[in-house]
Design a protein around this ligand. Structure first.
Ligand code: ADP
Ligand code: MG
Length: 729
């Protein structure tokens, strides 16, 4: 069995970097070359079709059949020129991946000849069989069809020979079965609400976009070693493996020079990303050995989410060319850092203003403070549902560990802004302010430095940190479709802005002027949001006690915290404005419970199989060697000498035997617990049973295996060890 491990290692040692050449040294020459962007639309579409699509994009509207027919003609011409033979609607089902079903352009013509055809009808809508996608009970099997509809705000692109059309995915009865449909609604709510607020400060603002820059962390493992680890192949993480004697203690990997073979892989996927219009900009080694990060320049939220999904797909494919496997799992290796997907988020206007960046004068700074405080208030009020939006099985291994932001969602502002907000809370009065008081306040606000970027301290432990001109939501997991987190964040802020406007208008009605009304409500929000503001070390034990005192959400269980999607507050932000229907929201939570159960189930099965079929037989074989050795000693030496010599061997035999007995017993118990959990009908209770009764066995069984790894002859050990997985490249 150990042969697989050693032949894999030999393969790794023979690897050469795979050098590829980009189409040009100037990225701008081929950036977007596989995207049907505005520039190409102008070239390939009729004047009328181009006008219609541009309008649909800017207004977030869909096209009529006739309009779509016109667009399809130009799109087809471009796609055929690029060598595309197929097209697909590309969507984000609730699986964390993307889905595509390819159809050829070919059709049988009237006189028996093949013709390439592509109509407006298939461009805007398609009806894939939805029956095998998670739906949480929305879709009955007799209503198996779902349909996909073109999202014009995300451009069409070509991968290989397939034209990909970004779409939403809904059930035949109209309920969303994906992340994109509700995300677009949440973003539209944010747009409407934020524009209304901007109107207080600048009449030219007619559109507000959420902006998102996603830092993607990942691990690389050589393909040969990956194939020798069934747990990585089936569960995306190692379910066993003793810690390597050296891993990240010396912080010598972080920001180190990127290994050559890895660099070739990075350059290759960056080239492909540029062709697809994904503006990847940053790359570096991360904290753990063989861990890396890449980050594109921020874009409008919907596009950034699409691009992140596409990028992950691209990285997986290109990695295979370079004989690597990318691990997007949040915690592929125990004992060292896991991976996150930091969501840098802000809002921008059609006038080019970043609403979370201080401006040049008191007026623009008041606008900045207004948005800042409203975001804080939204995070304060929607604390539990925000947390639910990032909670899942794989991220639960990372959140709460002493490496990543904890599961308690708090906001970090830095000293400057903390003091600024405190002074507003102290200076503003509910009575009419004197001109002198107003001037003093405005002077203070006017002094906010235009560039806060260099003034904000960095608190790496905060799950939701202000970083100068944006918030960084760090709790999102590396494997997630961040659509889930973005739906909740944008919806929460949208709802908050609506409430803010109502409160301001009430005060204005009572005869106060606009600025005064704004100040009064901001003051109230600052006071009400104190509990969510935290500047200290989020990893510390004291914070957990303090957070509990502040009544911040900290439910360690995954199913339990997912239930927060269904609180009154959550329903207010998600169902209130129609982002979800009650049925959609409930079914989404149902999907999450099921996903959780299935993932733990898979891990438990894989670990059970490996323990019994790989580890126990190996341990027995080594034990037999020791037994033979002891027998030999007894044959050769006198009884007295034998006792002296055989002691250590006997201890090893007993210890191996004890571990084998424990593993066997624990695996049996785990199977029994699974059987009990499997007959539970209610999906929440089933998920809880898996979490409370099955999952603890994973660690227990593992600990025996990891101890055996240290005792058993290295030559016999079947699975690549941590030191091999983490240090070979
Ligand atoms: P860090 O120092 O936090 O590791 P990175 O350079 O890796 O930062 O990534 C920062 C990300 O934040 C980039 O994707 C960047 O484009 C993004 N970003 C910058 N400004 C904004 C903004 N206004 N809105 C959203 N994202 C932004
Ligand atoms: Mg970074």
């Amino acid at each position: 069995m150990a042969e697989l491990r050693f032949s894999a290692l030999k393969e790794v040692f023979r690897r050469e970097p795979l050098v590829t050449t980009p189409p040009s040294k100037d990225i701008s020459k081929y950036f977007n070359s596989n995207v049907f962007d505005l520039h190409k639309m102008e070239h390939y579409l009729s004047k009328e079709a181009f006008r219609v699509v541009k309008k649909a994009i800017s207004e977030g509207k869909s096209l009529t059949r006739q309009e779509a027919d016109q667009v399809a003609i130009g799109l087809k011409a471009w796609a055929l020129e690029k060598g595309a033979t197929h097209f697909t609607h590309w969507f984000h089902p609730l699986t964390d991946g993307t889905a595509e079903k390819h159809d050829g352009f070919i059709e049988m013509g009237d006189n028996g000849h093949m013709v390439e055809n592509f109509s407006g009808a298939v461009l805007v809508q398609s009806e894939p069989d939805a029956s095998s996608f998670p739906s949480g009970g929305i879709r009955n099997t007799f209503e198996a069809r779902g349909y996909t509809a073109w999202d014009v705000s995300s451009p069409v692109f070509i991968v290989g020979s397939t034209l990909c059309i970004p779409t939403i995915f809904v059930s035949y009865t109209g309920e969303a079965l994906d992340y994109k449909a509700p995300l677009l609604k949440a973003l539209s709510e944010l747009d409407k609400a934020a524009v209304e607020i901007c109107q207080y400060f600048d009449r030219d603002v007619t559109k507000v976009f959420g902006t998102l820059g996603i830092e993607q962390e990942y691990f690389l493992v050589d393909e040969a070693l990956y194939y020798a680890r069934p747990d990585l192949m089936l569960a995306d993480r190692t379910l066993m493996g003793h810690q390597s004697s050296k891993d990240q203690q010396l912080s010598d990997h972080y920001f180190g020079s990127i290994p050559e073979r890895v660099m070739c892989f990075i350059q290759d996927f960056e080239t492909e990303a540029y062709k697809l219009g994904i503006p990847v900009k940053t790359r570096h080694n991360e904290v753990a050995p063989n861990q890396f990060e890449c980050a594109p320049i921020h874009e409008e939220v919907n596009l950034a989410v699409d691009h992140n999904q596409l990028l992950m797909d691209l990285m997986r494919r290109i990695a295979r060319k370079h004989k690597f496997r990318v691990l997007f799992h949040e915690k592929p290796f125990a004992g060292i850092n896991g991976s996150g997907k930091h969501n840098n988020w802000s809002m921008a206007t059609n006038t080019g203003v970043n609403l979370l960046s201080p401006g040049k004068n008191p007026k623009s700074n008041l606008q900045f403070l207004t948005f800042l405080v409203n975001v804080i208030k939204a995070v304060n009020d929607s604390n539990d549902v925000l947390r639910a939006s990032v909670m899942n099985e794989s991220n639960s291994y990372r959140l709460g560990g002493h490496e990543a932001p904890p599961a308690i969602i708090s906001v970090f502002l830095g000293t400057y802004l903390t003091e600024m907000l405190n002074s507003i809370a102290h200076k503003v009065t509910d009575r009419k302010m004197t001109p002198a008081q107003k001037t003093e306040l405005k002077l203070g606000i006017g002094k906010i430095p235009e560039i806060l970027l260099d003034n904000t301290d960095r608190n790496r432990t905060s799950p939701f940190a202000f970083t100068g001109n944006r918030f960084e939501f760090r709790a999102v997991g590396s494997s997630a479709n961040c659509g889930a987190a973005m739906i909740v964040l944008n919806a929460a802020v949208a709802r908050q802005l609506v409430k803010f406007r109502n409160e301001v208008e009430q005060i204005i009605k009572k005869g106060r002027n606009k600025d005064e009304a704004i100040f009064q409500v901001l003051k109230k929000y600052i006071i009400e949001s104190q509990r969510v503001l935290f500047e200290g070390d989020n990893y510390s034990h004291e914070w957990h006690t303090e957070a509990a005192r502040r009544k911040l959400c900290n439910i360690p269980g995954v199913p339990e915290s997912l239930k927060c999607y269904l609180t009154a507050e959550s329903k207010d932000i998600l169902i209130g404005p129609g982002i979800f229907s009650e049925k959609e929201l409930e079914s989404r939570v149902e999907v999450e419970f099921e996903k959780f159960t299935k993932k733990v189930q898979i891990e438990a099965r894989v670990l059970g199989d490996l323990a019994i079929n790989h580890i126990v037989p190996t341990a027995i074989r080594y034990m037999t060697v020791l037994l033979e050795n002891v027998k030999g000693l007894r044959d050769v030496f006198s009884a007295g000498d034998f006792e002296k010599l055989a002691g250590a061997r006997k201890e090893m035999i007993i210890s191996i035997s004890d571990h084998i007995t424990s593993i066997k017993k624990l695996v049996n118990e785990m199977i029994e617990e699974r059987k009990k959990a499997n007959i539970i009908d209610d999906s929440f209770r089933k998920a809880v049973a898996y979490e409370k009764k099955v999952k603890p066995y994973l660690d227990e069984i593992r600990s025996h295996i990891d101890k055996l790894e240290l005792i058993v002859d290295n030559e016999m050990w079947p699975l690549p060890k941590y030191r091999e997985l983490l240090f070979t490249r």
